[in-house]
Design a protein around this ligand. Structure first.
Ligand SMILES: [Zn+2]
Length: 231
């Protein structure tokens, strides 16, 4: 697991690489929690979801559902303000999105085209604001890029109607594609998040697990965790 991004709001974002193997296995064996505990110097519990390409977001450790309940819950977004919780999202091509705020409220979102269309990003932003977040910053991890993501049909029209023509791209072999990163950015901007950074890496043509390109069964994990401070 490597450091992928450092938010100024005192959150780190980590990402498991291809050399780490299937992240689901690492999660099951408690390897991720051990590493997060070592990196942060505090006992960290990892929250993950049964991801279902939905708009469902769970708030944990702030008066919402308990961590144990969330672990097996269906959903695609997690929000928390707990200092001892890491929020994890499993991906192979879909965009993993980390959100931070100066108030210490943070989020991890699984954003494929279905979740984006179902509003999973504005839902996470809304939950963060309800919990007291003001200025929200976003980081988008490695995902399948426009030049490698052939896409057609009524869904593409639906996404571009919702988020604008800029989400329609071309593949490197010159067919119509979906620019997933652009649709994530547009969805965040419409939700009022303007501070957005993103990884340039493409999971399909880079050294990553890719369901689209290689039918990979393995997954990467992106996890956002609070760092620094006490408690
Ligand atoms: Zn690519």
């Amino acid at each position: 697991m490597q450091l992928l991004h450092r938010f100024e709001d005192s959150f780190n974002v980590y990402f498991t690489g291809i050399d780490d193997g299937d992240a689901r296995d690492l999660v099951m064996r408690g390897v991720i929690e051990k590493e997060l505990t070592a990196y942060t110097g505090r006992e960290v519990r990892l929250a993950t979801l049964h991801q279902v390409h939905s708009g469902i977001v769970h708030v944990i450790g702030t008066g919402g559902a308990k961590w144990v309940e969330v672990e097996l819950a269906d959903g695609d977004g997690l929000v928390s303000s707990a200092k001892d919780v890491g929020l994890g999202i499993l991906v192979a091509d879909c965009a993993p999105v980390a959100l931070s705020s100066p108030e210490g409220i943070f989020s991890a979102v699984h954003a494929g085209w279905q979740g984006v269309l179902k509003g999973v990003l504005p839902e996470a932003v809304r939950a963060m604001r309800l919990a007291g977040a003001s200025r929200i910053s976003a980081y988008v991890g490695p995902s399948v890029k426009s030049e490698c993501y052939e896409f057609k049909g009524p869904e593409l029209r639906e996404i571009s109607k919702e988020l604008g023509a800029s989400v329609v791209g071309r593949t490197s072999w010159d067919t119509v594609s979906l620019n997933l990163l652009e649709s994530v950015k547009q969805s965040l901007i419409m939700a009022g998040v303007s501070q957005i950074e993103a990884s340039d890496a493409c999971t399909a043509c880079g050294e990553y697990f890719s369901y689209r390109a290689r039918k990979s069964e393995e997954r990467h994990l992106m996890v956002i965790v609070p760092v620094g401070g006490t408690g």
